[in-house]
Design a protein around this ligand. Sequence first.
Ligand SMILES: N[C@@H](CCC(=O)N[C@@H](CS)C(=O)NCC(=O)O)C(=O)O
Length: 210
Amino acid sequence: MAGDSGKMKLYWYPEYRSVRPIWLIKELEAEQDFELVRFFPGGDAAHDAAYRKDVHPHCTIPALVVPGHIPILESGAICMYLADRYGKLLPEPKDKEDYYSFMLYTTATLDGILDFFFELYGMNKTFTDEKVQQMTDKLNAGFDFISRRLQGRQFICGDKFTAVDCVFGYIIYYAMVLKDGALLKNHPVLLEYRDRIQKRPHYQATINMK
Ligand SMILES: N[C@@H](CCC(=O)N[C@@H](CS)C(=O)NCC(=O)O)C(=O)O
């Protein structure tokens, strides 16, 4: 499955977490270096088995295959790798704490909270009232914390758009599509951030990919 075209291969599917690296690739103006492989996990059994063996043990996306290298897993890791590889959309030294914190906080903590709300609102799974309240409080604490960091700045690393905005920006997208954006309604700073990222043509082009 490694890139026989010599290009890097990115496995993606519309609206999935692959939005993060695809949006970043567009912001890096590096699309010519990639073969985008549209892949629905759980579709073709033979393809799933090969992908599971050669690329991703859990058959999830995104995954990046750089010819001659082992596959790179995890949307956040792929974004950090690509920003480093191109030497672009990286934080100023003074903003590195925010860059690393929010890369990992977003993917290791917020993703799981949003996945809970996807199960609740998107899949209509049933949870106890206590569990829903606990997760609502956790999400609001996280969103309030990020709102304080974003106060008076355009993006996560100050006024410079960096790769971490492609990673955290997907959380905003995810929250928007659940229950008509109800999870964001008490977070005005995040709504302003949403307006800023929605104005970016590469964000729009990525979320409109079918
Ligand atoms: N932590 C991983 C999560 C990957 C993940 O769960 N991807 C989902 C789509 S957002 C997937 O491929 N689901 C298909 C499946 O579980 O069958 C990352 O950020 O890359």
